[in-house]
Design a binder for this molecule. Structure first.
Ligand code: GZL
Length: 367
């Protein structure tokens, strides 16, 4: 009986794959389509229509598992990949996981079933990928890690390339800016209370941006991180957590001097909470963000925010180049970092070799 069932299953799968091959995914899912990848193969036509498309027109099919749309950075990242794949003339099969790891794992499983040519994964957190990564390897589908990191035994064996940013260096640059800023203000010896809005718990950028910042300020005992909590990289939660930080600081009589937010989105939410508390953002509280999104540049120019550390989401063209290299038999670099630049409207006027003017670069911002 089992043998009959397994033969039937294979037949269904083969037929389903044939149905997929008829262009079921010919039009890439629009970026803003929240439709999750179907959990089951589409219905199989008994007599599929004559297929007049060429058996294999060389169009690569790229399965892209994206974390969600939690921030302007993420939206810019999705658009960058979508545009680069479209420019290459390939087919994008896009899945928005709505910030749920299990949705990403399901999407990757579906990509395997659909027999895509490449998988691009932006992993929401570092752990929990061991089994699905082994399935991808077993299926022989090259996987490109984009943006955040994974943490598993022999992880470098499971992706052909990691297109990313150096999150720990971003944290260090944020710490260095703070030391330079306090020194310019003559406050480097003062007791400074810092609160920290961390990114998604367990994510590479949250872990590494926290570590890099602490590495730099750790030698200054008078600079203390008095409160630290995740805002999950969203503006809404950043505002809510900042409200609780302000309430606790007032209750304990420990005023907040600095906010270090692991992304600009949370910093912008915190700015609203600071205003609601009757304080002046950018003056009463120094505000440090990461990402360098357009709204942060506007806040810096308006004086509501002090600095943002760039972490480029425009990774699509590099991902496409990695695929082109592999198609041409060229081994791509295993890790590809983007540059880290720091934008403000204060230190950039004094140290133009180390910091850039947000006002000058505002017209160039695209995400
Ligand atoms: C960083 C990226 C982070 C951004 C956030 O590469 O993973 O996720 O800093 C985004 O804005 O939500």
């Amino acid at each position: 009986m089992k043998k009959v069932l397994s033969i039937l299953l294979v037949l269904v799968l083969v037929a389903a794959l044939a149905a997929c091959g008829n262009g079921a995914q010919d039009t890439p899912a629009p970026v803003d389509d929240p439709t999750p990848t179907p959990d089951v193969a589409p219905p199989v036509d008994e007599d599929p229509p004559a297929d007049d498309t060429p058996a294999n027109d060389g169009t690569l099919r790229i399965g892209f598992s994206q974390i969600g749309s939690e921030s302007d950075w993420r939206v810019g990242n999705t658009e960058s990949v979508r545009q680069a794949v479209a420019d290459a003339g390939w087919e994008l099969i896009f899945n928005d996981a709505n910030q749920q790891q299990h949705n990403q794992i399901q999407a990757i499983q579906d990509f395997i079933t659909q027999g895509v040519d490449y998988i691009v994964l932006a992993p929401i957190v570092e752990t929990g990928w061991d089994s699905i990564m082994m399935d991808v390897a077993e299926a022989g589908i090259p996987l490109i890690l984009m943006d955040r990191s994974i943490d598993m035994p022999n992880q470098e064996d499971y992706f052909v390339s990691w297109v990313t940013n150096n999150f720990e260096d971003e944290g260090r640059r944020a710490g260095e800016w703070l030391l330079d800023f306090l020194e310019e203000e003559g406050r480097l010896g003062d007791d400074i209370n810092i609160v920290e809005l961390q990114g998604t718990v367990g994510s590479g950028p949250a872990i590494d941006r926290a570590a890099g910042f602490r590495e730099i300020i750790g030698g200054h005992a008078n600079l203390e991180i008095t409160q630290s909590q995740t805002g999950d990289f969203t503006t809404e939660l950043g505002m809510q957590v900042m409200e609780s930080f302000l309430g606790r600081a007032s209750a304990e009589g420990r005023p907040i001097d600095v906010l270090y937010a692991h992304n600009d989105g949370m910093a912008l939410g915190a700015i609203q909470a600071i205003r609601d508390a009757g304080l002046v953002p950018g003056e009463d509280i120094i505000i440090i963000g990461v990402d360098a999104v357009l709204l942060a540049f506007e806040a810096i120019v308006a004086g509501d925010m002090n600095v943002t550390v760039e972490c480029s989401p425009l990774l699509g063209p590099t991902v496409v180049q990695v695929i082109r290299d592999i198609e041409a038999g060229i081994t791509p670099e295993q890790i590809i970092f983007s540059d880290v630049r720091v934008f403000d409207e204060t230190l950039s006027l004094i140290f133009p070799d180390r910091y850039l003017s947000a006002a000058d670069d505002l017209p160039n911002r695209v995400y």
